[in-house]
Design a binder for this molecule. Structure first.
Ligand code: HEM
Length: 489
């Protein structure tokens, strides 16, 4: 008797939950929703990218998924993405606030800040300060070129053997942004920065990984000692590092004579006093970590993808080198302006970014009000996931959507052209804040290194594996490269 009553109650509960977790009226379609887990069983939690593609073929360019009880809408294809993040920009410019990443970063900083005055003020401040510290000017170029000299030193040591370039590129990218943020660079074997970069790369994998999905879908588990705890530990390590830098700067700064981004923020903080603005020391600590993280793992993973392809498409590498040799004849160093006369190199860099798909789901957006997308109704507070590959490899947008081919960015006359579907930095008001810096870095690093060296896939390395490791950023699997000095320049 007791068992029967229990079974009936369970059935009633099941039906109740099923009904409660249905899709709202005119909400985008999607697979049937299960109680508690929602649509999690539809996804390979280690890497859901293929599932996102599969679901697109069943449900179309706008479909919905339930991460536990939380509704998310996945948007695909240029037309849909443009309508959301450009045409209806303000409606789609929010960020979800109840995910693992929000708890880890304590809802401070700019990347995950919701659409509002704090985000706006901090974004404006960063763009202005980056410009003041030389973005778009010679001084940033020189900083990047100086850092490349350290990369060259590392490469020189590996001549005659092979080298795994991951740490080198991560440290180079980290150093470039560190100099702007707090006026410091670190040797590539410096333990302090190794630990920080390690924390960044680990968190980039945890933040989109299976345990984050569990954390996001089942609030009841959040206080249990489960593997997502590592993300909090890593962030704490980074915060301690940033906190020390802020304190050092407070002791050594001369007000209104800023040496770097951190000093500028301290000046701004003083200027604002108690005006109730969103500027604060806690914001600052997390803000520099945001910029440091965003400026490291993205650029370096793109560089790793570039060399993986350049070694395995030697004719593409050689054609870049011919163009570089010709254009830089008689010049000591490349400048960012030289890109205007290097259509092929430009095409290669853009093609690398297209296939690299470095930030595969962008950063999750969120609707700021009840709105519509492609005729569907999307309530305020719905999480929006941009499937970047659906644009970067969309059939009809590219000459060769599914292969690595720089012709995707060249017209009949061999001139560089940039199709509208090239949006690895996303678009709209939340477009990558570091786009100009990243583009400058990619150009100067690739051109300088290709001018000086030939990069060879080692004979004993077997077939290259182009499938990257999934995370907030996609990382090429570890590989080694052989470096040979070139004689023709
Ligand atoms: C190849 C390199 C890079 C790629 C592919 C990339 C890509 C992206 C993408 C896709 C977004 C999300 C945009 C959205 O939500 O719609 C983003 C945001 C962001 N990126 Fe980058 N990024 C790169 C380099 C950098 C660098 C060097 C910095 C350093 C300053 C940076 C700082 C940021 C920041 C602060 C945001 C958040 C912007 C906001 O929420 O308003 N990124 N990036």
């Amino acid at each position: 008797m007791f068992v029967s009553v229990l079974l009936v109650l369970l059935c009633v509960l099941f039906i109740f939950l099923q009904l409660r977790s249905g899709r709202p009226k005119n909400f985008p379609p999607g697979p049937p929703i299960l109680p508690v887990v929602g649509n999690l069983l539809e996804l390979n939690l280690e890497n859901p990218l293929k599932d996102f593609e599969r679901l697109r073929t069943t449900y179309g360019d706008v479909y919905s998924l339930f991460i536990g009880r939380k509704a998310a809408v996945v948007i695909n294809g240029l037309e849909t993405v443009k309508e959301a993040i450009m045409t209806k920009a303000a409606d789609f410019a929010g960020r979800p606030q109840d995910l693992l990443v929000n708890d880890v970063t304590q809802r401070k900083g700019v990347i995950l800040a919701d659409y509002g005055s704090s985000w706006r003020e901090h974004r404006r401040f960063a763009l202005m300060t980056l410009r003041n510290f030389g973005l778009g000017k010679k001084s940033m170029e020189n900083r990047i070129l100086d850092e490349i000299q350290y990369t060259i030193k590392t490469l020189e040591k590996s001549i005659g053997s092979t080298l795994c370039p991951r740490v080198m590129f991560h440290n180079a990218a980290s150093n470039i942004i560190c100099q702007v943020l707090f006026g410091a660079r670190y040797e590539y074997d410096d333990q302090r920065i190794k630990v920080i970069v390690q924390c960044f790369t680990e968190n980039a994998k945890i933040a989109n990984g299976p345990w984050a999905m569990v954390y996001d879908s089942i609030p009841g588990v959040r206080h249990l000692p489960l593997p997502f705890g590592k993300a909090f530990e890593n962030y704490k390590t980074c915060q301690d590092f940033a906190f020390r830098l802020v304190n050092e700067h407070k002791k050594t700064r001369v007000p209104n004579e800023p040496r770097d981004f951190l000093d500028c923020y301290l000046d701004e903080l003083e200027k604002r006093g108690d005006d109730g603005s969103s500027f604060s020391e806690e914001q600052l600590t997390n803000y520099i970590l945001d910029l440091h993280f965003a400026g490291t793992d993205t650029t370096s993973n793109t560089l790793l993808t570039a060399f993986l392809y350049l070694m395995n498409y030697p004719h593409v590498q050689e054609r870049c080198q011919q163009e570089i040799d010709q254009e830089l004849q008689g010049k000591d160093q490349a400048t960012y302006d030289d890109r205007q006369n290097m259509p092929y190199v430009q095409a290669v860099i853009h093609e690398v970014q297209r296939v690299a798909n470095t930030v595969p789901l962008s950063v999750f957006h969120c609707t700021t009000k009840d709105t519509e997308l492609m005729g569907y109704s999307i309530p305020k507070g719905t999480m929006i996931i941009q499937n970047m590959a659906s644009v970067l490899r969309e059939e009809g947008q590219w000459k060769f959507p599914h292969e690595f081919n720089p012709e995707n960015f060249l017209n009949e006359e061999g001139e560089f052209v940039k199709p509208e579907a090239f949006m690895p930095f996303s678009a709209g008001p939340r477009v990558c804040l570091g786009e100009s810096l990243a583009r400058m870095e990619l150009f100067l690093i690739l051109v300088t290194l290709l001018r000086k060296y030939k990069f060879i896939w080692p004979e004993d390395a077997g077939e290259p594996d182009y499938t990257p490791v999934y995370g907030v950023t996609l990382t090429p699997k570890a590989y080694r490269m052989k470096v040979q000095p070139r004689t023709s320049n």
